[in-house]
Ligand binder design. Structure first.
Ligand code: ZEM
Length: 308
């Protein structure tokens, strides 16, 4: 049967539980989407999880992945979140099949499963998030990074969440995945040739090429590189692919403290995988308070009658 039984006692808390294994398997199945982008729902799902968590503000202890506030217009309608409705729509059948899992858990778990499926590291994940029942706790707009800005902006945004320079560079390695869409962010193109394969290629390309500033028809400025060997048509008759970097990606290259980590990750894939797994797990836990035995004890969880 396709309908999973709701657990009798509580939401499963550990990824090893049989219920979560079922959800994981269902997520794996839906990742392949031949008619969407580069054939995978993975990248946009990773971005959904990141934007759900990246609203965290350490000083006020607000935002973060608990609540799944992006279902509400006040957060989902933030221009920074344009396009993420596709990721939510991909995951909707899973929510219907496993009604006991919260959106907040599903979005974060799906990203972890997608990264692994795309060849990335195993990332530790813990469940127990609840969903807001109204938009009163949604974070204000404007907390997510702006790709047209510089190193100071990256520090302003990511220090607010509690990350350091090394973690900023490691997190940015997610740009191995997916692409920019001019109708979502205004930027256009992908960072690496195979955007559905998790690797450290992003750092290698960042260092390897002479990135040239390019102004798009919509006025957006990004950096591009066209592989000289691929000019005209290559041996397979494929069009040459123009790769891109955001101004914030290029900032990692030119800031001396960030650059140390770009170099390390370009040269050591295992180190990148380890550091990325750690920092992505940390991202997904921002603002989540857990009591003994791992139970989430955020106020909204207690109010929703979530048993402890
Ligand atoms: Zn991204 N990101 N991001 N990012 N990102 C885009 C796409 C993706 C920044 C940014 O402005 C943009 C992180 C950090 C930062 C992903 C994951 C993560 C796009 C293109 C932009 C403009 C959106 C579009 O047009 O569809 C900036 C400035 C960042 C600061 C460092 C972090 C951290 C991420 C996860 C750990 C992913 C997977 C994508 C590809 C999405 C897709 O639909 O293919």
């Amino acid at each position: 049967s396709s309908q999973s039984q709701p657990p009798t006692t509580d939401v499963p808390l550990t990824p090893s539980s049989p219920q979560l294994a079922e959800v994981r398997a269902a997520i794996v199945k839906l990742l392949k989407q031949p008619d969407y982008d580069d054939g995978s729902a993975g990248p946009v799902i990773v971005r959904l999880a990141w934007h759900s968590a990246g609203t965290y503000d350490k000083a006020t202890d607000t935002g973060g992945s608990n609540g799944a506030g992006m279902r509400y217009e006040v957060e989902g309608g933030d221009p920074a979140n344009a396009g993420l409705q596709h990721a939510r729509a991909f995951l909707e059948p899973i929510k219907r099949q496993f009604p006991w899992i919260t959106y907040a858990d599903l979005w974060t778990l799906a990203a972890v499963v997608a990264i692994k499926e795309m060849g990335g590291p195993e990332i530790s994940w813990r469940g127990g998030r609840t969903d807001f029942t109204d938009d009163s706790r949604c974070p204000p707009r404007g907390r997510l990074p702006d790709g047209s800005k510089d190193a100071d902006h990256l520090r302003w945004i990511f220090y607010r969440m509690g990350f350091n320079d090394q973690e900023i560079v490691a997190l940015s390695g997610a740009h191995n995945l997916g692409r920019c869409h001019s109708d979502r962010s205004g930027f256009e193109g992908k960072w690496v040739n195979n955007p559905t394969r998790f690797s450290n290629m992003y750092y290698k390309l960042l260092r390897m090429h002479d990135w040239k500033k390019k102004k798009l028809a919509n006025g957006f400025e990004q950096y591009v590189y066209i592989d000289k060997d691929l000019e005209g048509e290559d041996a397979d008759g494929e069009e040459p692919e123009e790769l891109m970097m955001l101004p914030t990606d290029i900032a990692l290259l030119h800031d001396p403290s960030f650059r140390v980590w770009v170099d390390k990750y370009a040269e050591d894939k295992d180190l990148f995988f380890r550091d990325f797994a750690n920092v992505f797990a940390k991202l997904l836990e921002l603002g989540i308070r857990r009591g003994e035995n791992g139970r989430v004890i955020n106020q909204e969880n207690l109010e929703s009658g979530y048993k402890s």
